[in-house]
Design a binder for this molecule. Structure first.
Ligand code: VNL
Length: 393
């Protein structure tokens, strides 16, 4: 015992001397453990940045984590949803700030651009928002706490089949998650004897839905299936109503990204009755969620948390618990501490699959209803413990 504490003491002295002489930023073991959180705080995906930032701040304020006497510090950087900027910021956070983990990643291209840095520097990278299946395969250091589009798109296709919807058109954002959603939704429709009569795509940047909605009208399917990234739902719903599609008897079904809790309450009656599948609703009935929603609203002027917030809240939890398990070590030790975590999230029970490093979670079927004067995604069916069906290995 005595010997141990003596060597500890000597070690601290050496570190102090090292700092004084060389002027190198050698991390002493009282320095804070830093986490680099890269988010789109400005630009088209800024609602995602705002939600995740608020959720991470809430977790930190509720838990004040310290590990072996070291504080945990979150450094927030704005990438404006530009992948080149994400990669540059990640590089700086690793090299200059010596972060133990990278986190955030509002869109798939940002996550993909950063994955090689995670691999080269052996820095765990927690994806809190982006949801293309392949992201976890881009680096062995990626852990995901959001969801995947294949995970949520199959369930809504199953619901459609059970509800006698046979002829559909799909409309997705033309990049990773949209292509995943289109493929997994369409394949399951066809498997169930349905027909996909057209597959439409809109650009990620500055989409205009009017031309594709005209095509949908002309094709007259029984239902239109939609995936759009968080933040585009309100504009889409407005144009859907303006084109009279809600009155034309074309049923709207989607992933929950479209009836995003961040915007849903402002969408108006056009959203009523829209059926979606997703992993989180602010209306989810559990004590853990009620507590989360109340605390989140209280800390953020009444803002309602959406699925991005929950990805952030669970993501920072996974990092902090991982650091506890690794006793503050980063790299492989932190990665090991994050794998296999099983806990109750505001969304329901979740598991960080040790093999795939992806999240296993319940997927709910929900319908937009008015609850106490506000629009909500009301869950009415659930598929338990869904793994990402997009994994090839
Ligand atoms: C992505 C997927 C982004 C789902 C989203 O919102 C979303 C992505 C910004 O992987 O880029 O709702």
């Amino acid at each position: 015992m005595h010997y141990r504490s003596l060597s500890h003491h000597l070690c601290a002295v050496t570190l102090t001397l090292g700092l004084g002489l060389g002027g190198h930023a050698v991390a002493a073991d009282t320095d804070p453990l830093k986490i680099g959180l890269i988010l789109p705080m400005t630009g088209q995906q800024s609602s995602t940045g705002r939600q995740i930032d608020a959720a991470v701040k809430l977790y930190m304020a509720q838990n004040h984590p310290t590990i072996n006497g070291r504080k945990v510090e979150v450094i927030v950087k704005d990438d404006a949803g530009t992948p080149d900027t994400t990669r540059r910021l990640a590089q700086e956070l690793v090299v200059n700030d010596k972060v133990v983990a990278l986190a955030g990643f509002g869109i798939t291209p940002s996550a993909m651009a950063t994955a090689p840095i995670a691999t080269q520097s052996k820095t765990p990278m927690v994806v809190m928002a982006a949801a293309t299946s392949a992201i976890t395969e881009a680096s062995p250091f990626v852990i995901r706490t959001s969801f995947t589009l294949p995970q949520v798109s199959v369930s809504i296709a199953e619901w459609a089949a059970k509800n006698n919807i046979k002829k559909v058109v799909t409309l997705v954002s033309d990049y990773g998650p949209g292509i995943d959603a289109e493929k997994y939704f369409a394949n399951r429709m066809v498997l169930n004897g349905g027909q996909v009569i057209d597959k439409l795509r809109t650009p990620l940047r500055a989409p205009d839905f009017a031309p594709v909605l005209q095509k949908v009208r002309d094709a007259a399917p029984e239902a239109l299936f939609v995936f759009l990234p968080s933040g585009q739902g309100a504009l889409f719903m407005k144009q859907f109503a303006e084109r009279g599609l809600d009155k034309a008897g074309i049923r709207l079904i989607a992933t929950g990204d479209v009836t995003d809790d961040d915007q849903l309450n402002d969408m108006g009656d056009v959203a009523l009755g829209v059926v979606t599948s997703h992993h989180y609703s602010a209306n989810h009935k559990s004590a853990a969620n009620q507590k989360f929603v109340e605390a989140f609203k209280k800390a953020n002027n009444g803002m309602r948390p959406n699925f991005m917030s929950v990805g952030g809240y669970d993501g920072i939890r996974v990092i902090v618990e991982g650091l506890k398990a690794s006793k503050g070590q980063g790299g492989e030790a932190l990665l090991a501490g994050m794998k296999g975590q099983l806990f109750e999230s505001p969304r329901g029970p979740v598991l960080i699959d040790g093999q795939t490093r992806d999240i296993v979670q319940d997927v709910y079927i929900r319908k937009v209803e008015r609850v106490g004067g506000e629009l909500h995604n009301v869950e009415f069916d659930v598929q338990k413990a869904v793994k990402d069906p997009g994994k090839t290995k």
